[in-house]
Each structure stands twice: as C-alpha cells, then as structure tokens.
Design a binder for this molecule. Structure first.
Ligand code: MLT
Length: 258
C-alpha cells in the first residue's frame, strides 16, 4: 500500500518511521535539521495520520512492504538510511530482515528487538477487541499517555503532552486495531540485528519506561556495527521531548559515517 509522506531537502535519502499511534509530524525537528544534507522522507504508516486505514492486521512485514512501495513511487531505488521509533523501529527491523541490501545505515530509537510476552500480546488483543467493538480509541490513548513522556517533559512542556494526546485521539479505530494486532504477532529480530552489517545507532531515552535503558543497551550489544546513545531527560518520545539533542546525536552519527 502506498503511504502519504513528506519529503524535504536533497542528498542521501533518510526515511523516518513514527511510533504508535502517532504520525509523521513527530519528526518535524529532525526533518528540519537533517534536510540540510539529506532528502528526508517521513511517511505516515498505514492506519495513521493521512494514510489509509484498511481493515485487517498490520503485520510489521506488510508495513515494511508499504515503505518500500512508497519509496519506489518516490523514485528512491538505491540504499537509504532508515530510522524508526518504537513501532517504527519494529517496521524498520522487518525491512532490515526482508531487504538488508536496501539499507546504508539504521537508526533505532526507543525500540526493542524482542517480541511481545504472551501477557503483552494478550493485553493488545483485549484492547484491539475493545476498540473494534466500540470504535473508540480513547482507552488505548489514555493507557499509553502516562508512559510516553518523562515527568520532566510533563512539568516543563504540558502543552506538548496535550497536543500529542489530541493527535493520538485522531488515529482511526481500524488503524489502532490493525497496528495492535500486528505488533502482537511480530517476531524476535535479534538474529536480524546480529547479522546486519550496516552502521546502526541505538538511541534510548534516559527515562523511557516502555523500553528500559538496559534493554536498549543489550540490543545495541548484539550489533556488529552498533553505537549506543542516551538522550537525557527524555522518556519514550525522545525526538519530540528533547528534539535538539536527538537531532544532534543523529547528525553526528551520520556525519561520522561520511
Ligand atoms: C510505540 O510507541 O510505537 C509503542 O509504544 C510500541 C509498542 O506498543 O510496543
């Protein structure tokens, strides 16, 4: 499926995939910063933002195929830099498993390579069934919101939290259901990362309660060409909570590759 996307700047292509249930606007600061030297493509994943929300299960593999189809349509046929936050990271790892030759570098932000535990998968199914029968995504958004931002962010930027709550509530029910069920069936990608031979940045939020620091660090340790960085003061949404630090870390990492 072809995705709606923004494209800015020129140079080597970098593709940034948002988390759940967010949209491409989460990358605004990074797109502005990186577009001085790159072509930055930010798609809305299926069921999110302005992209269509078909019924069904959105497997990470299908979403990776959406990204490749969209890049084909944009004329990006060679290797590119791929980044993803949380669910966007799951999709990025699915793409790395499917088409490693398309990657020149990988950025894994606030994400994990391990699959859901049976309890986590069952909880996603419970939420998906609830949203499916009521059409209301609020229980999912209300459940996630307290875990997305660091306390510091809530205290200092309350309007940012409110703004994201409003955006998340606009996600179509079919999108939330499809993504929840897709994430619940995603496989373990540790072996994909172990075999990957491209420079990979693993970026963690110091206060991320969804992906604990030690788990992010352990993921970085399986990579042959891994580089681990922590964004101070940030929770699960480092690129929006601490945008300048996140952009600087990414720019420095990419700059060191050239
Ligand atoms: C996300 O931010 O994309 C979600 O926290 C991913 C998840 O629920 O596993």
């Amino acid at each position: 499926m072809r995705l709606e996307s923004d494209s800015a700047g020129s140079g080597p292509t970098i593709v940034l995939l948002h988390g759940f249930p967010l949209d491409r606007s989460m990358w605004k600061s990074q797109a502005d910063a990186l577009a001085t030297r790159h072509r930055v493509v930010t798609p809305d994943l299926r069921g999110h933002g302005a992209s269509a929300a078909p019924p069904g299960v959105y497997s990470m593999d299908d979403q990776a195929a959406d990204v490749l189809e969209t890049l084909d349509a944009l004329g990006v046929t060679g290797p590119f830099i791929l980044g993803g936050l949380s669910m966007g990271g799951y999709v990025a790892m699915a793409l790395a498993a499917k088409a490693p030759e398309r990657l020149s570098a990988l950025l894994l932000l606030n994400t994990r390579c391990k699959p859901d535990s049976p309890d986590a998968a069952a909880n996603r199914e419970k939420l998906a069934s609830q949203v499916e029968s009521t059409g209301d995504v609020a229980p999912v958004v209300n459940g996630m919101l307290p875990k997305l931002f660091a306390d510091d962010t809530r205290d200092r930027q309350p309007e940012l939290v409110t703004q994201w709550e409003r955006r998340m509530l606009r996600t179509p029910a079919a999108g939330v259901v499809g993504a929840l069920r897709g994430m619940a069936i995603r496989p373990d990608r540790t072996d994909t990362l172990r075999q990957l031979d491209v420079p990979t940045l693993v970026l963690a939020g110091a206060k991320d309660v969804i992906i604990p620091l030690n788990e992010a660090e352990e993921m970085a340790s399986v990579l042959r060409r891994g580089h681990f960085e922590i964004i101070g003061g940030a929770g699960h949404l480092a690129p929006v909570e601490n945008p300048d630090a996140t952009s600087s870390v990414i720019s420095r990492f990419l700059g060191d590759l050239t």
